[in-house]
Design a binder for this molecule. Structure first.
Ligand code: AMP
Ligand code: ZN
Ligand code: FE
Ligand code: FE
Length: 277
C-alpha cells in the first residue's frame, strides 16, 4: 500500500491509539507517510517523528483546526505549520479551553435529558487531550444511556442533536489565513460532512477560502459517497486546488481504518510547494 494517509488521530485528541502505535501500523501497512492531525493541537508530532526515526516513514506535522460557519463546525487541516506562530498557537490554546467549557455545557444538556454523565469522568477519559465529543460519548455509554458511541451521536450528540453545543471558533476563511501565516498548507477536511443533513460546504465559502490561500480539498474521505467525492473534485478542479485523501483514523472510536484513503507522493510534493517561504 503506497501513499500518504493525510488525516489521522491519536490519544492526543479523540483517537484511541497512541501516535507510536499509529506509526508502527503505518509501517506494517507499507505506507510512505502519515500526517499527524489531532484536533487543535500539534503536540504529538515530536513523539511520532521519533517513533518513525530511521524507518523511512515520513511523518508530516499537522493539525485539524476547528472553525465554524453559520453555527456549524468546519475542519481545516493544516500541514507543516510553525507551531510557534503565536496568532495560531494562541487560538489553538483558546480552543482547548473552549472545548472544556463546551463539555460542561453539553453535560448540562445531558442532565436536562435525564442522562447523569459527569464532567469529571469525561476529563479523566480525555487525559491531556483537548476534550472532544467522542470522549463525552464514551462517558455517556458508561452510564448505560446508550449501547455504544455511534448511538450516542445518533440520539444526542451529532451536529444539531439535542445535546449538541457548538464551539466558538474562527470562520473557515480566517482559519486558512492563520494556517498560511504560520507557513503551513491548508486543506479543507471532509467538505461533504457539514451542515444540516450533511448538505456540505457551499462552493462560495470554498472560493473565499481559496482567496485566503487554501491549497486543497479532502474530496476522498471514507464518509463521502461517490456523488460527494465527484462534487468536491469538480470544485477543486474549477478553483485550481489539489485533491487529497485521508482515512480520518480514530482507532476504536470510529470504523475508518488507517491507510484506507491515501494521497500519492506526487500530490504531497505539490502540496509542499504551496508553503510560503
Ligand atoms: P468535536 O471536535 O468535539 O466537535 O468532535 C468532532 C469529532 O466527533 C469528529 O472528529 C468525529 O470523530 C466525531 N463525530 C462527529 N460526528 C459524528 C457522528 N455523527 N458519529 C460519530 N462520530 C462523530
Ligand atoms: Zn475526531
Ligand atoms: Fe474532522
Ligand atoms: Fe478528523
Amino acid at each position: 500500500m503506497a501513499g500518504f494517509d493525510l488525516h489521522t488521530h491519536s490519544t492526543a485528541s479523540d483517537g484511541t491509539t497512541s501516535v507510536e502505535a499509529n506509526v508502527a501500523d503505518a509501517l506494517a501497512l507499507g505506507l510512505e507517510g502519515i500526517a499527524i492531525t489531532d484536533h487543535d493541537t500539534t503536540a504529538p508530532f515530536e513523539r511520532a517523528r521519533r517513533a518513525a526515526d530511521g524507518t523511512g516513514l515520513e511523518v508530516v506535522l499537522g493539525t485539524e483546526f476547528s472553525a465554524e460557519q453559520d453555527g456549524w463546525s468546519v475542519h481545516v487541516l493544516g500541514y507543516w505549520i510553525d507551531p510557534g506562530y503565536a496568532p495560531l498557537s494562541d487560538e489553538l490554546e483558546r480552543l482547548v479551553d473552549e472545548r472544556a467549557d463546551r463539555a460542561r455545557r453539553i453535560v448540562g444538556r445531558f442532565h436536562e435529558l435525564g442522562v447523569e454523565v459527569s464532567y469529571e469522568r469525561i476529563a479523566e477519559l480525555a487525559g491531556d487531550a483537548p476534550i472532544g465529543r467522542p470522549h463525552i460519548a464514551a462517558a455517556v455509554v458508561e452510564t448505560g444511556a446508550a449501547r455504544d458511541v455511534p448511538e450516542v451521536f445518533d440520539r444526542y450528540l451529532a451536529d444539531g442533536g439535542p445535546a449538541y453545543v457548538e464551539k466558538h471558533a474562527v470562520d473557515p476563511v480566517r482559519a486558512v489565513e492563520l494556517l498560511v501565516a504560520a507557513c503551513g498548507v491548508a486543506v479543507l477536511a471532509h467538505p461533504g460532512l457539514y451542515g444540516a443533513q450533511d448538505q456540505g460546504l457551499d462552493a462560495e465559502v470554498i472560493e473565499r477560502m481559496r482567496h485566503a490561500g487554501l491549497a486543497g480539498i479532502e474530496a476522498d474521505h471514507p464518509d463521502h459517497d461517490e456523488a460527494t467525492r465527484a462534487r468536491y473534485r469538480d470544485i477543486a478542479r474549477g478553483l485550481g486546488l489539489e485533491v487529497t485523501a485521508g482515512s480520518d483514523y480514530h482507532g476504536e472510536a470510529k470504523t475508518n481504518r488507517l491507510g484506507s484513503a491515501t494521497t500519492s507522493r506526487e500530490v504531497v510534493e505539490r502540496l509542499r510547494h504551496w508553503r510560503r517561504a
